[in-house]
Design a binder for this molecule. Structure first.
Ligand code: NCD
Length: 309
């Protein structure tokens, strides 16, 4: 039995097969419409979510399966003091696979150590968000045609943004990928990514403050929101929240093929006037999230049939 805690849990080959399967699911939905008949997905969300939870549920329903779960910690026995470890033991009796989101780093890993069913990390604090990374990778591969030879700008809250951490860890495995890290001083990428992943792997990267200075050199611009819920005080959040606003004027400085991605939710960091720009693909990205989660559920539930080693 395999779990998904980090995007590195899959080899590059396995990721490629997973994305091929997502492509097949997109093109031939009817072929997969009954693959999960009789199967149940549990979504255990101790933190708010729209896309991740509902795209998991949509994915399972499109495969013919059913779903159960909770969307807030206070509607579960966590409010009475139950541990994640105990909850997951029970969920193993109710479902065949589950997705867990929790504010604490490592919570999904604890769950996987006690589970009798595959556990998917749907975001653990400011740490990792592997299914968003799978979504981002499928989006990039589908719309750019490649995952190598890319200059990728990551902008916003690089300190607390778990989607950024997972994406960097994953993309360093491809050839000739360069990162431009755009953030204010206070929200720079943590050293466990800068030193342990980028420097240790000799990956080219630079850290800058202003989008305008670099946007013209990017193949992709990955925007993120300032993660209010992970700040220690509101004052710092208010000072930093509108540090970046991508608008039409800045988009004029970008190349005609540069894509703008965002895991969403967006707050103010992308002006709505950018939404109609054909280079803005963040809503399409959400659609890819359903296909990749369908492929992931199939792969974890039926590892032999769908090619996990
Ligand atoms: C992201 C998350 O939860 O980390 N959202 C998502 O899953 N699409 C990004 C965010 O909340 O800013």
């Amino acid at each position: 039995m395999r779990h998904l805690m980090s995007p590195l849990d899959f080899t590059v080959d396995e990721l490629s097969r997973l994305m091929d399967l997502a492509g097949d699911v997109e093109r031939n939905p009817e072929k997969f419409a009954h693959e999960c008949d009789g199967k149940i997905l549990a979504t255990l969300f101790y933190e708010p979510s729209t896309r991740t939870r509902l795209s998991f549920e949509s994915a399972m329903l499109r495969l013919g399966g059913r779903t159960l779960g909770f969307a807030t910690a206070d509607s579960s026995s966590a409010a009475k003091g139950e541990s994640v470890a105990d909850t997951i033991r029970m969920i193993s009796c109710y479902a065949h696979i589950c997705a867990v989101r929790h504010p604490k780093e490592g919570a999904a890993l604890v769950a996987s150590s006690k589970a009798r069913i595959p556990v998917i990390n749907a975001g653990d604090g400011g740490h990792q968000h592997p299914t968003q990374t799978l979504t981002d990778m499928l989006t990039i591969r589908s719309l750019k045609g490649r995952l190598d030879n890319l200059t990728i700008g990551l902008c916003g809250d690089l300190k607390f943004g778990r989607t950024v951490h997972s994406l960097i860890k994953s993309l360093v495995r491809y050839e000739n990928v360069r990162f431009v890290l755009i953030s204010p001083e206070e929200l720079r990428i943590p050293s466990y990514i800068r030193d342990d992943v980028l420097k240790a792997g000799n990956i080219p990267f630079e850290e800058v403050r202003h989008i305008e200075d670099v946007i013209g050199s990017l193949d992709l611009l990955y925007m993120t929101r300032v993660q209010r819920e992970r700040f220690f005080n509101e004052e710092d959040y208010v000072r930093l929240k509108d540090f970046y606003v991508l608008d039409r004027k800045k988009m004029e400085l970008a190349g005609k093929d540069m894509l703008v991605l965002h895991p969403l939710p967006r707050v103010n960091e992308i002006s709505v006037e950018v939404d109609d720009d054909p280079r803005a693909v963040y809503f399409k990205q959400g659609q890819y999230g359903v296909y990749i989660r369908m492929a992931l559920i199939l792969t974890l539930l039926y590892p032999e049939r769908y090619g996990l080693c």
